[in-house]
Design a protein around this ligand. Structure first.
Ligand SMILES: [Zn+2]
Length: 509
């Protein structure tokens, strides 16, 4: 079977997740792997079932070269869904095999209420409102409500389980999840009550979504599947979709990458026909702030790449910040005011002195720091001669570097050093800034960020939650997902500074 054009990016993610760095071995293993997704008319006729099917298809097509879409009855709605999902998978990976040999199928995710005999390991996934449900032995069903959040989370957790089946030989903990219900509103596990109904009208006016990469667009995807949502959503991201993004960008297609569609335009398109009005800002956060006359920022949902970006976002003093991340080891969301509890900067201020960019670049490409600092300052673009020196000094094959010819040195560092395994998986420093996670990890972080926005907008939680939620999808979900956190122990954070605290209180008094 044919692996996707963006395989190299997937290989980097797998290398970081599994510690397996031999790209040729991974390609060989992956080219013989397929996953099946089976469903019946009960799933197709329930809104939540459709959300789970659409997101699971999207995530699976971004990784496996084979995706078996198996109808479990001959109802016309089921048959139509097979074609619809097949088309969506083909738009992501045109060479995908939609009828893989069963001997290549490592497991089957099942949505609906039938129990097929397929001769492969099965995982039943579905949802009841806020609750994502998974069971290895019996159908769990999907409700027909207009709440997509448990359904979307079920897709992520199901796809994570499929991944643990597929790479059982490389993962330290390959146990599948036991039967579970995951309440994505309260972040509790176990037999949960169904929880409060999502109101018929949810006004998210005044929300900013900053950073429309893998996490931000998964958040947008989830919000766009909740028809009750109303109001204005400001999307901020200055970049365009590229081929290398397709590995984990929910809803993004080969056509988007080929046309270089702006990330904020792509997100706006998700909400077409909905009650949410997305206003696009193809700017960096700093440029966006300078373009605004009003300094009040009511609710800012953040999915930016680096700790420094998050710290500078906090410095703009939004009333409330909702933050989502993926990093080696876990994914998560955090909730922040400013005066009490940790602010966003408290979580990202370094514990010790951080090496400068020129130091990091020079260290990775093995050239003198003084020279690198000068080149970075001058905006130098790497050329064939420079790449030849890097190849020699860092002992990296020149042909691996040539595709990056012409990039500014800073982008070369981000894409060639941090975004591949040629310079080792630890390249890029130890602050987790450039980790490349798997699609299902970013997607769950995005789904949880969307829930934070909705929960904050309609005050759905009746009791206060601790600031942090952390989840590791590479092993069975733990029973405790929520963690306390305190302000930065140095006492030097802006939220511990009287001037900033007074400014915040003046803004939102
Ligand atoms: Zn702070």
């Amino acid at each position: 079977m044919n692996v996707a054009s963006f395989f190299d990016r997937s290989a980097t993610a797998v290398a970081q997740v599994l510690g397996e760095c031999d790209s040729d071995r991974l390609r060989l293993k992956l080219s013989g792997l397929a996953v099946a997704l089976a469903f019946d008319s009960k799933a197709v006729r329930a809104s939540e079932g459709v959300a789970t099917l659409e997101l699971a298809t999207d995530l699976l097509a971004r990784f496996y070269p084979g995706l078996g879409l198996i109808p479990l009855d001959d109802d016309p709605a089921t048959v139509a869904m097979v074609s619809k999902l097949g088309e969506a998978a083909g738009a992501i990976h045109p060479g995908i095999e939609l009828k893989p040999e069963m001997c290549t199928v490592c497991c089957c995710l099942i949505v609906g209420s039938r129990v097929p005999a397929l001769g492969v390991p099965t995982i039943f996934i579905g949802s009841h409102g806020w609750n994502a449900i998974l069971d290895p032995s019996q159908p769990v069903g999907s409700l027909d409500t207009l709440n997509p959040f448990g359904a979307a989370a079920a897709a992520c957790v199901g796809v994570a389980n499929a991944f643990r089946f597929a790479f059982a030989d490389l993962l330290p903990d390959t146990r599948p999840d036991r039967a579970l219900e995951f309440d994505v509103l309260h972040h509790r596990l176990g037999r949960c009550s169904v929880g409060p109904a999502l109101p018929d009208r949810v006004d998210i006016d005044g929300t900013h979504l900053v950073g429309l990469g893998a996490i931000g667009r998964a958040a947008a995807w989830s919000l766009s599947h909740a028809p009750a949502l109303r109001g204005r959503l400001d999307g901020v991201d200055h970049e365009a979709i590229e081929d290398s993004n397709l590995q984990r960008y929910v809803g993004a297609t080969q056509a988007d990458a080929a046309a270089g569609v702006l990330k904020c335009q792509s997100v706006m398109a998700m909400f077409r026909g909905s009650g949410v009005q997305v206003v696009e800002h193809p700017l960096t956060w700093g440029q966006y702030l300078r373009s605004r006359a009003d300094c009040r920022l009511d609710r800012v949902a953040v999915a930016l790449d680096t700790p420094d970006d998050r710290i500078s976002l906090q410095a703009a003093l939004p009333r409330r910040i909702l933050n989502a991340w993926t990093q080696p080891g876990d994914l998560g969301v955090s909730r922040h005011g400013f005066t009490s509890g940790p602010c966003l900067a408290c979580l990202y201020l370094p514990e010790r002195e951080v090496p400068s960019l020129s130091h990091l670049v020079a260290d990775a490409i093995r050239l003198p720091e003084l020279e690198v600092r000068g080149l970075l300052h001058a905006g130098f673009r790497v050329d064939a001669a420079f790449l030849g020196r890097v190849a020699l000094a860092a002992e990296v094959p020149l042909e691996a570097l040539l595709p990056f010819d012409g990039l500014p040195l800073r982008s070369f560092y981000t894409k060639a050093v941090c975004g591949t395994t040629w310079f080792g998986t630890g390249a890029g420093g130890d602050r987790g800034a450039m980790a490349v996670p798997m699609a299902f990890q970013s997607a769950l972080a995005g789904v949880l960020l969307a829930v934070e926005i909705v929960a904050d907008a309609v005050m759905l939680r009746t009791t206060a939650m601790a600031p942090l939620t952390k989840i590791n999808l590479l092993k069975p979900l733990g029973s405790r997902l929520v963690e306390p956190a305190a302000k930065h122990k140095s006492g030097q954070c802006i939220c511990q500074d009287d001037t900033y605290r007074a400014a915040y209180q003046r803004k939102y008094a």
